[in-house]
Design a protein around this ligand. Structure first.
Ligand code: SF4
Length: 238
């Protein structure tokens, strides 16, 4: 009986959040090279982490549990960028590790990639909280303000200068607004490709819905998948 229940729950979960459901069994050709990791880039990222891990430039630094820098392949041509860490990320010190992060892993898998193939970071490196005195309370998350993102953006820019990706996928309205300095909604921004330049390096920004929005509204998955196909087309082009 328990086995049947478990099987049913697994099937329901797959139907809701599974890769096949997400991408309609279609996958895109083209995979970022991940076999070799540049030691120079890894070293530069480690130095950048060390330099900023105790940052308290803004009030978010006083309330956070962990400075959430970023994870993944320093050689990846693709970076996913969110707005800032939430409860799970603050507790683990890694971006996108909660439910939204698990869905992001499935999106990445649907692209025939793994979390280790790409790089994942946020604009704000510290957890923005509604009540900064209570980092152990769930549901205490809020989006970073435009000023908080602008204040923290130099760290992401340094990461981009080191990694030199070809495509940055901005996850969600706040991250897209923070990177593009636009007031447009994510519904208007997505489906478009924006030029972005940091330290002389040119890249493309592709905004899409935040995985948390897909959890709230699964009908957005198909739209998000169109954006991922756009990302893969950009990565496959010369
Ligand atoms: S959010 Fe950014 S600028 Fe503010 S304290 Fe954290 S690392 Fe420093």
């Amino acid at each position: 009986m328990v086995g049947k229940k478990l099987l049913k729950s697994h099937i329901n979960d797959e139907a809701l959040w599974g890769v096949d459901d997400f991408c309609g069994r279609q996958a895109v050709k083209g995979k970022p090279a991940s076999s070799k990791v540049s030691p120079d880039k890894a070293r530069a990222l480690a130095e950048l982490f060390k330099k900023n891990k105790n940052c308290r430039k803004c009030p978010l630094g006083n309330a956070r549990l962990n400075f959430v820098f970023g994870v993944g392949n320093p050689d990846s041509p693709l970076i996913f960028v969110g707005e800032g860490p939430g409860f799970d990320e603050d507790h683990k010190g890694e971006p996108f590790v909660g439910r939204a992060g698990q869905l992001l892993n499935k999106i990445i898998a649907a692209m025939k990639l793994s979390r280790e193939d790409v790089y994942i970071a946020n604009i704000a490196k510290c957890h923005p909280m509604i009540d900064p005195t209570n980092p152990d309370k769930r549901g205490n998350d809020r989006p970073p303000t435009i000023d908080e993102m602008a204040g923290c953006m130099p760290i992401l820019e340094e990461q981009l200068k080191i990694i030199r990706p070809r495509v940055v996928c901005a996850l969600g309205s706040t991250a897209a607004k923070g990177m593009l300095r636009s007031d447009d909604t994510i519904g208007k921004l997505r489906g478009n490709v924006f030029d972005f330049k940091v330290g002389g390096h040119e890249m493309k920004i592709v905004p899409t819905y935040h995985p948390a929005a897909l959890l709230r509204n699964p009908s957005l998955k198909k739209i998000c998948w169109e954006d991922m196909r756009l990302v893969m087309r950009l990565l496959s082009s010369n």
